[in-house]
Write a protein that binds this ligand. Structure first.
Ligand SMILES: [Zn+2]
Ligand SMILES: [Zn+2]
Ligand SMILES: [Zn+2]
Ligand SMILES: [Zn+2]
Ligand SMILES: [Zn+2]
Ligand SMILES: [Zn+2]
Length: 422
């Protein structure tokens, strides 16, 4: 059996005490007798390692060869220097290493020598030369990682068995049907594929208690329990029917209630509509005074000021105007100068109401009048030369005016009513 190299064994003479002087066979040329008397160890007979002299200079030995280190000794500096300069070859020359150098370098060389035998770094137990390490690990080593044949993972051979136990891609026999199934798929197989899996009886949902039937038990179960199954089924149908009938009754009840509600609401709605119509009529007829019926065609097209024909009340003469500004129609009423002004009472106190006519249903027209402050100011002094007094009644957003049914083909109907408050 091969053993790994030991650096010290290759370089030094071995005695019972350990490793001593350098081996003579390392030298490329043997020592001359003079060199020998100067550099050889008197104890181990090798070449002195860390040369010293003992016994008052009588004995020259390696430092490790000193018999009693308690006694005085001296370092042989010159001899040490000479030893380190000696020419040597690699101790593994026989294996093919052709390295040459000096003793001072040999230790380092052995640590790197390609022919030095080492143990496999993956602990397979094989001893190989340092230079064969790559080849060994990549090709020969039994400990090199291998691919799991099931999942392709790299696994060291010592862990392969453990891996195969855990590998989810390995197959195993199904305990029920014996089929080979991947470990990872076993649960699925047992639930849905396995020919031996247990199934609930088809009537389980109607109350049959057999929920784990094997394939070969199904036929017998069905035959034996035929009557039970029929009974379960009719019971289920009967109870379902009752449920459905109850549900229908509930829905009918809800429906009846809804219909009654709708009928009641329609009635109320009609009543309220009639009330509004009635109130509008009452309101219209209660407005005694002078009324202007003003039909304006091409409303809000490009004109910004509209002036109505004049109308009169108790000797006063009025005119209405509409100016369009800021998307609003500003409605104003003014008194006009007339021959009857002397006989009339001034200032005239009055109230004006503007009605935007719904051209489909006049009783659903819109009414506008000024706010309280404008009402309070709503009196007119005697008109003087060519000056009319305008009083703003209201401002109606244009968007409210130019829409069906208040505006038909660009035509708008405005009624203006002036009432005397005197
Ligand atoms: Zn020695
Ligand atoms: Zn070597
Ligand atoms: Zn190996
Ligand atoms: Zn695997
Ligand atoms: Zn199976
Ligand atoms: Zn059953």
């Amino acid at each position: 059996m091969q053993k790994p190299d030991v650096r010290e064994k290759l370089l030094y003479i071995q005695t019972e005490d350990g490793f001593n002087g350098f081996k003579r066979e390392l030298l490329t040329t043997q020592l001359t007798p003079i060199e020998d008397s100067f550099l050889a160890c008197n104890k181990c007979k090798g070449i002195m390692r860390e040369a010293c002299s003992t016994n008052e200079g009588l004995l020259q030995v390696c430092f490790m060869c000193i018999e009693n280190p308690q006694n005085p000794y001296q370092n042989l500096v010159a001899a040490r220097k000479s030893v380190l300069e000696l020419n040597v070859k690699c101790p593994l020359q026989k294996r093919g290493c052709d390295w040459n150098g000096k003793i001072c370098e040999i230790s380092q060389h052995v640590d790197e020598c390609p022919c030095y035998q080492i143990e496999c770094s993956l602990d397979c137990g094989v001893i190989h030369q340092r230079k064969s390490a790559l080849q060994h690990i990549n090709i020969e080593c039994t400990m090199r990682p291998v691919n799991c044949e099931f999942c392709d993972k790299l696994v060291s051979p010592t862990l392969l068995i453990q891996h195969l136990n855990e590998c989810e891609n390995t197959k195993m026999d199904c305990n029920s049907c014996g089929m080979q199934v991947k470990k990872i798929n076993m649960e699925f197989h047992l639930k849905t594929e396995c020919s031996e899996r247990s199934l609930p009886c088809t009537y389980a949902q109607y109350g049959c208690s057999a929920i784990q039937l094997k394939k070969d038990e199904v036929k017998d179960h069905m035959r034996i329990n035929n009557e039970l199954h029929t009974a379960l089924l009719s019971e289920y149908i009967a109870s379902t029917q009752t449920d459905i009938m109850e549900r229908i009754c509930q829905l009918e009840e809800v429906d009846k209630h809804r219909s009654a509600q709708i009928e009641e609401l329609t009635k109320q709605n009609n009543k309220l509509s009639n009330k509004i119509r009635h109130l509008n009529n009452v309101f219209m007829t209660s407005l005694a005074g002078s009324r202007l019926r003003w039909k304006i065609s091409g409303f809000a097209s490009d004109t910004t000021l509209y002036e109505s024909p004049t109308f009169s009340l108790e000797g006063y003469i009025f005119k209405c105007s509409i100016s369009i500004e800021d998307a609003k129609a500003h409605v104003k009423v003014s008194t006009l100068k007339s021959g009857g002004d002397k006989n009339a009472k001034w200032p005239f106190r009055g109230k004006s109401i503007v009605m935007l006519v719904n051209q489909d249903r006049e009783d659903e027209s819109l009414y506008f009048h000024g706010d309280e402050i404008e009402l309070a100011r709503n009196f007119y002094e005697t008109p003087w030369d060519s000056v009319n007094q305008n009083k703003r009644i209201c401002s109606i957003p244009i968007a409210s005016v130019i829409r069906d049914p208040f505006c038909k083909k660009g035509t708008v109907m405005i009624y203006v009513l002036v009432q005397s408050l005197a």
